[in-house]
Design a protein around this ligand. Structure first.
Ligand code: SF4
Length: 437
């Protein structure tokens, strides 16, 4: 199920809407649809990018719900890097890949910075034989502060990283420890200074509002310390509890109360951060992101994805959206490696979107930026979105969560702070009650 929007406490379940239709609707029997999309003529007019999933971490954070491994040795990691290279090689032979230029690459995880400098060079040299991002406008690399040192940062610069994203999450050491993070605050400061010296075009820091142990004073202090660093952008998520986190399992199995602040409190904390950053020259770029106005700061990865662009996800369990088809890779590490060893794309399940589903997907994703341009949807889908979804927009309007003016539907601050709680109202009726993941 998606969110229970009337429940203020942070209970176990999914709130975060990252795609549409829900992942539970992607099916193994539809995998031929993904192959068909790859056999179409290349859509050279669409933005195109790669997501590379590096699923290794030093330890598992208690709130983590990603597919990650903390027990893989160097040999297994190298087998995985070989599999990534094989996977991109198989894609590069498809008809739909011919002549496509990468606009962006995104190394996510897991902890991409967990892999060594030698492994990074090996991976990038291997990938470059089949697809090059030397002309890509944005190459993002997610890092855990405790895995970085100067030489690794220099390696990242060498391989073309333009946007370094540091998983800071919080500056309070008790909170970092209580949530199972592998790093503490001294590593954040040390690495941030080094990253500035190495001179990446853009440095982002991630924060989470509502970690275990969070208090009003500690949150304010974390916002103050984040501002002191003057990052180019900051991403702030509100803590949620999907089923497969350590915290969720403790709640379900041991009957303990949720240790996470309720939703109104987390929204207040995010609201405070928005105000503080805006007062110091940052703009709100989405429900989760603030960007400095002192220099150009773009988000090509989300911008392309949220406007229907093509992205191939490489790696175990990765998600792709290509040629109007969603597909996902095998969940299991062993199966992922085995399929590539047999020269097969490691596809697990897929779904071709209907025109209506493409419209809903783009609209709910773009609403996360805080405003949508109605003319864009009229031009691309031939639909007046306000009329098409009138009952939902009317309710949101009545509750002062959205406003409509001059061809724009804009979220109010209150709407932006709780956007993930109402996006499922735009889903097709038959998909409102299904499991999200
Ligand atoms: S570092 Fe990120 S991916 Fe790794 S366990 Fe923690 S939250 Fe999960």
């Amino acid at each position: 199920m998606t969110a229970n929007t009337t429940q203020p406490s942070t209970a176990v379940g999914n709130y975060f809407v990252s795609n549409y239709p829900p992942f539970s609707q992607w099916k193994p029997e539809n995998v031929p649809q993904a192959i068909e999309a790859l056999n179409q003529a290349p859509r050279t007019e669409e933005p195109f990018g790669l997501y590379l999933h590096i699923p290794f971490c030093r330890k598992r954070c208690k709130f983590c719900y990603f597919k990650v491994y903390t027990d893989k040795n160097a040999n297994e990691i190298e087998l995985y890097l070989d599999a990534l290279i094989k996977e991109v090689e198989l894609y590069s032979r498809t008809r739909a890949f011919q002549g496509r230029q990468l606009r962006f690459a995104y190394f996510g995880g897991g902890t991409p910075s967990y892999i060594s400098e030698r492994q990074l060079h090996y991976l990038v040299d291997g990938l470059n034989q089949h697809v090059s991002w030397s002309n890509a406008e944005e190459v993002t690399f997610e890092c855990e502060p405790g895995t970085l040192r100067r030489s690794k940062l220099e390696t990242l610069k060498e391989i073309g990283v333009t946007r370094l994203s540091l998983g800071v999450e919080h500056f309070d050491d008790e909170i970092l420890a209580a949530n199972g993070r592998a790093h503490l605050s001294p590593e954040i400061y040390e690495v941030y200074d080094l990253a500035r010296q190495v001179d990446f075009p853009q440095i982002n820091i991630d924060l989470i509002a509502g970690m275990v142990g969070e208090t009003e004073a500690k949150w304010r202090d974390t916002v103050r310390r984040a501002l002191e660093l003057q990052p180019d952008s900051v991403t702030i998520y509100q803590m949620e509890l999907p089923y497969n986190t350590v915290i969720s399992q403790e709640i379900i199995n041991d009957g303990v109360a949720s240790p996470i602040a309720d939703w109104p409190t987390k929204q207040r904390w995010l609201d405070y951060a928005f105000d503080e950053f805006q007062a110091r020259g940052y703009r709100i770029a989405s429900a989760y992101t603030l960007a400095t106005t002192s220099k150009p700061c773009r988000f090509i990865y989300t911008d392309a994805l949220w406007h229907g662009g093509d992205m191939i996800g490489l790696g175990v369990s990765s998600f792709s959206h290509f040629g109007g088809v969603h597909f996902q890779n095998a969940h299991s590490f062993e199966e992922y490696l085995a399929l590539l060893d047999q020269n097969q794309l490691p596809l697990l399940r897929a779904l071709t979107l209907t025109p209506k589903q493409k419209l809903i997907r783009e609209m709910i994703l773009q609403l996360k930026t805080g405003a949508i341009d109605m003319n864009y949807f009229q031009g691309k889908f031939g639909v007046d979105v306000w009329n098409e979804f009138q009952p939902v927009y009317q309710r949101l309007d009545n509750e002062k969560l959205v406003e409509r003016h001059n061809g724009t539907i804009a979220l109010t601050r209150s709407g932006l702070l709780q956007v993930d709680h109402f996006l499922s109202e735009f889903f097709e009726p038959e998909l409102k009650a299904v499991r999200y993941v």
